[in-house]
Design a protein around this ligand. Structure first.
Ligand code: GLN
Length: 491
């Protein structure tokens, strides 16, 4: 069973094999059929999608279409969409309709993409299994009794089930790569600041980064091309030219120095994951890469460091949800204090409250030095480790996750076990580095992901290495049997 890629759909539209309206109708039909099993979307935007598709068909007819024009896609519900509600997976924002579009929403709409809906996600992007959403959990299309990963679980499940060839996502500690790995799709978290976060609801601002989940690395390059770039409305956006990622896919691999992350191959990594990851490494070696082991001694501290820094920033960012300006407001408040308290108590779920309480604690006067300041220092050590490693190698390689997709409900009662899912992904966020996850095989019928991490702004190099691997293998083209038939065929 294979899957239509964005590149293939783009070519099909150009060759008039189908129209954008036909593709969009097929995508909407797939969304509708899959919803009862997957719950991948929070909102479906059928009417505006068909209007956008008709406009895309006109552009195609007029010869003014770009490579993304007319292709259906899904936005993670963390990105504000004017006129369409943006919930961030929370009761707090369950009735919030943004007056403006996030920067990347504008960019992809201008490129002619057709948004068919908004993807389900962990509440405020806090989670590793998509079970903290106010709108219910998302299921993994490879086995609907298992989690899709999180927090971009809806995005990953949607692309895996071929509801659309791409979905936007965000990554604070692994939320693009981890669900991509568990659902058998490709995910890229760009360098911190490479893609604007204007209109992306903030979780932990020094870590948050927008990116995309696709079928292939080539599709990721095509999308990133349209998403990346300076935006003066995001103060962390970087004013550097956007390279031609699609052209860079052809970079030769010969001489590429890959470092295997020693700390990622020890205790805690399941053999089922290690096998396919090592085979992927052997494929890159055959393609001309050289391999050596690299040690990043501070990396094992990334989980505890993250769970101080991220909640601290979250507690500050989420202070704005007070039931006054927007968001959920409790019924009949007695006074202002009661309004704040009850609105927040009712609007936020358990995991979000846990983060706010942890964050407030580590920032409080008596504990700031012991926790927050110390975590910031460890974070510098982790960044230094990466900087040193990249003087010796061009890319770092490791698993994306310690295990394949686990059962729904298996880890919800134990937050620490849940937090440990991000053990391999958090490092890249700590240092602001670009990183990808690619499908590299299966264990007991469940997808396995391999992770590549690059130096700042090495997206082109990452995508080229991934593309070379995907020309040799077809893991990324396999679709879950229950959702395999593709909408290009149905259109
Ligand atoms: N699982 C991590 C958390 O819950 C990372 C989430 C993310 O990257 N948004 O914080």
């Amino acid at each position: 069973m294979t899957a239509p890629t964005l590149a293939a759909l783009s070519a099909g539209l150009k060759a008039r094999q189908y129209s954008s309206v036909e593709l969009t109708r097929a995508a909407l039909a797939r969304v509708e059929r899959s919803q009862p099993q997957l719950n991948a979307l929070v909102t479906v935007t059928a009417e505006s999608a068909l209007a956008a598709a008709a406009a895309a068909d006109q552009r195609i007819a007029a010869g003014t279409a770009g490579p993304l024009t007319g292709v259906p896609m899904i936005h993670k519900d963390i990105f504000c969409t004017a006129g369409v509600r943006t919930t961030c997976g929370s009761r707090m924002l369950s009735n919030f309709v943004s007056p403006y579009d996030a920067h990347i929403v504008t960019l992809l709409a201008d490129a002619g993409m057709v948004m068919v809906g908004k993807a389900n996600m962990d509440e405020f992007a806090m989670g590793s299994s998509n079970e903290t959403s106010y709108f219910g959990p998302v299921s993994n299309p490879w086995d609907t009794a298992r989690v899709p990963g999180g927090s971009s679980g809806g995005s990953a499940a949607a692309v895996a089930a071929r509801l659309a060839p791409l979905a936007t996502a965000s990554d604070t500690g692994g939320s693009i790569r981890q669900p991509a790995a568990l659902c058998g799709v490709t995910g890229i978290k760009p360098t911190y600041g490479r893609v604007s976060r204007y209109g992306m609801i903030a979780f932990a601002s020094s870590l948050d980064q927008a990116g995309v989940i696709t079928v292939s690395a080539e599709d990721a390059a095509m999308t990133l091309q349209a998403m990346a770039g300076f935006d003066r409305r995001d103060s962390t956006s970087i004013d550097a030219p956007v390279p031609d990622y699609v052209a860079e896919l052809q970079q030769p691999l010969a001489g590429l120095r890959i470092g295997i992350l020693k700390e990622f191959f020890g205790e805690g990594l399941s053999a089922a994951i290690e096998g396919p990851v090592r085979e992927a490494l052997a494929t890159w070696q055959r393609l001309g890469a050289t391999v050596r082991e690299v040690s990043l001694p501070s990396l094992p501290l990334s989980v505890p460091t993250y769970y101080v820094v991220a909640p601290a920033e979250a507690s500050s960012n989420l202070a704005r949800f007070d039931g006054v300006r927007f968001g959920h407001r409790c019924d009949k408040p007695r006074d202002l204090m009661d309004l704040y308290k009850r609105s927040r108590a009712e609007g936020f779920g358990a995991e979000v409250k846990r983060r706010i309480m942890t964050g407030t604690y580590v920032l409080s006067a008596g504990y700031y030095d012991a926790y927050y300041l110390k975590a910031q220092r460890v974070r510098s050590l982790i960044s230094d480790d990466f900087r040193r490693a990249f003087t010796e190698v061009d890319l770092l390689l490791g698993p994306t996750t310690p295990t394949t997709a686990f059962g729904l409900g298996d880890k919800t009662s134990d937050p620490i076990t849940m937090y440990l899912n991000d053990i391999y992904t958090i490092g890249a966020n700590m240092a602001g580095l670009p990183a990808m996850s690619l499908p590299c095989g299966f264990a007991d019928g469940l997808p396995v992901g391999v992770q590549l991490i690059g130096p700042h702004f090495a997206e082109g190099r990452l995508l080229a290495a991934a593309h070379a691997y995907q020309r040799e293998t077809d893991w990324h083209l396999r679709a879950p049997p229950a959702f395999g038939a593709d909408f290009a065929g149905e259109a």
